[in-house]
Each structure stands twice: as C-alpha cells, then as structure tokens.
Design a protein around this ligand. Sequence first.
Ligand code: TRP
Length: 451
Amino acid sequence: MNRQENQERAVFSSKFAAVATTVGSAVGLGNIWRFPYEAGVHGGGAFLICYIAFVFMIGVPVLCAEFAMGRATRSNIFGAYRSLQPHQPWYLAGYIGILASLLILSFYSVVAGWTIEYCLSSLTGSLDFSDREVGHEQFMQLTTGWRPVMWTVIFLFCNFFILIGGVTKGIERACNVLMPLLFILLIAFCINSFTMPKFKEGVEFLFKPDFSKITPSVLLGALGQAFFSLSLGLGCMMTYASYFSNRTRLARTAVSTVMLDSMVAILSGVIIFPAVFSFGISPEAGPTLVFEVLPFIFSQLPGGAAWSTLFFLLLFLASLTSTVSMSEISITYFCEEKKMTRKKALFLSSGIALCGGLLCALSFGPLSDVTVFGLTFFNLFDYFSSNICLPLGGMICSVFVAWFMKRNLLEQQLTNFGKYKFSIIYILVFFLRYICPTAIFLIFLNSIGIL
Ligand code: TRP
C-alpha cells in the first residue's frame, strides 16, 4: 500500500494483496480456535451445516455489501454511512462497530497470548506432551495466574508495532507470505489426522448432521461464528475495501475469501475432532478445547516440539493479521472522524483494548468468580460481540445497501465501473433486501425465546 504524506488514502498494491489481506483478516483464531470449540459445544455436524449455509447465504452477500460501501466511499464505517445518506442516522451503526471491535480485540488478545505461551514453551521444551492429565494441568497453570496478563500485553504490543509501521510494510507483507504457509501446514496436519485411532468417530461427529440437534442456540452460535470468522458486521471489511484499488473485483474477492476461510475452519475441525475422540477429551470443553488437544497431536508426531513451535508461531501470526484489521476499525474512526493523528488513535485504541484484555485475561484466574449475566468477562465479551453486535451490524449493512444505497453506485462497484458484467446483481440485491435481514432477525427472535 502506498501511503502518501498528503493524507491521500492508501491503496493495496495488487489484486493478490487485496485477497491476501482480506483472507488475513478473516483467517485467524476464529477458524482454528473458535470454530472447533463452537462446533464441539453445539453438536458437531448440526452446527457445521448451519454454519456453511449461513456463510454462503448471508456471508457472501453481506461481504459484497461491505466491500461495495467501503470502496465507493473510501472511508471508515461512519464516513461510509454518512456520505451515502448524509441526513439519516445510519452512521450510528458505526458505534456498534467500534464498541464490538474493541471488545473482540480484548478477548482475542488473551487467546493470542496463549499461542505465544505455547509457542515458547514448545520451543524451550517445557511443554510436556506425555498424557492428558498433565496436558490439562499445564493448560490450567499457563492460563490461570498472572502470566496470561503478561502475554496479552505482549501481544497487544506486537499489534501496536505492526500498526505503527503503516499498512504497507506491516499488514500487506506479512499476509502475503504467512497465509499460504499456514495453509500448507494445516493440510499436513490434516493428513496426519488420518492416522488417529478414532479418525472415523471424529469425522463423523463433524460431518454427520443430526438434524434433531439444531436448536435456537445452535442457529445463533453458527450465525455468530459465520460473522466472526468472516470479520463481518463491524465495518472491518468495509475499511479494508476502502484500500482496494479500482481494479479489484469485489464479488470475486468475496467468494474467494469465503471459500478459503471456510476451508481453513473445516481443516481445523478435521485436525481437532479425531484427536478429541482418540484422546478421550470431551468435545464440549469450550474455549480451552483446542489448546488441550493440539499438544497431544504434536506428541504423536516425530519431532513433536518442532511442529508445535511452528504451528503456534503461525497461529500467533495469523491472529496478528486479524487483530490488525480489527484495530483499523477504531483507528480509522479516531483519525478521520475525530481528527486525531494516527499515532494518537493507535494509542487510544490499544489502551482501551489493554484494559479489556486485562479483565478477560484475569477471568480464567483471579476474576473467575466475577460474572455478569452468569458469564465471566471473557465469555461475556465474546457472546455479546459475536452473537449480538456482529449479526446486528450485518443486518443494518445489508438493509442499507439494498434499500438506501443508490443502485447505480452499487452496480458501478460490482462491475468495476462497467468493465465487467455482473449479471447476478439482482440475486444479490434480493438476498440483501429480504433473505439476509429476515434470517438474522428470525434467529434473534428465536434465540431470545420470542419465536
Ligand atoms: N475473522 C477473524 C478470525 O476469524 C477475527 C476478526 C478479525 C474479526 N477482524 C474482525 C471478527 C472484525 C469480527 C469483526 O479470527
């Protein structure tokens, strides 16, 4: 991206970079940590099928909508709504984006902190892979005291460091190299999964849907996960699209992002579940699941600690490319709407995330008894942002683009100013007008028990 001094907006330098950064934002802990734990809690196959349906029926259209808004206005989420409909309060949706992105950044940094801990412990050989009990003990030790606080702070510092380097040097370069590498490693682990004694049970759990298990909470969980994983609903993709060049094809980028993102999530499920069954761990373990299971997988491999180090290193980097995109939401807001310098904006958003991060990090240890609505800070931040703010933000965006954005403006964006044909625009608008908002609304009503 070339950031010029005269405050002109940056533009990603190539089409590949546009896809790589978007996928870099989408692929992260959401796929590798959150997807398997949510699938585990919500019954495996039933969850997967809802997730896939939402990703394609709601994810693709909303992603196109965010892209179109972002590139048409070349602005942050507030600016985008305001410049398209200046006299209406749509821009208030921006507050949902800012609030939720900071909440997500808080708990996400804690989990990313665990990845640093695991990476270093595997490197120094202090991670003991010998048996289940030991693994569990270790996880508890590593995540319940004050150590996670330190890692959270360190992670946020890394995030800060990349962001301060501006977008070219930091985000773009890192994504171009790391994302393909992570993908290759995942495929290798996935192949290794075939050797697990309970491979069949694991795969059946993930792929065989038991339709009777589809409950309101499974639907809401899958919807939240679809939005979370695609970084949708908060204007994150809108902000990234504001950096796309006019040659980038939006719908194509959206479909590639969705395919790659779901593929990573499914690969991660294929890696985790056979191991979960083989080692006799409950798939319903929740947020700790992946961290308890992965070390066992590595223990089975020759040179286990080396694989483990590499994997957690890449996971840490994948998290960074996601948190960088999350931070961009509030940073562009503070810069462009509040006229702060980029540095000041960066300090402010990192400071807020730090405070939230401390609450989340301590909620596994010293603050584990402090609950709000029966949830610890960590779970509360996750539930509130993923299951409420993201779908709500996505619903507002789809209604806005389909009903209130000028149709020719949308067409211009999707066809790159008439250069390409985009004949399914009517279907897209139909989905954005009716299907997406209605589906999201019904799932909400359903999950709060009204329906
Ligand atoms: N999609 C990322 C993941 O799966 C997380 C993420 C990045 C995100 N930016 C976001 C989630 C914006 C919601 C909104 O790990």
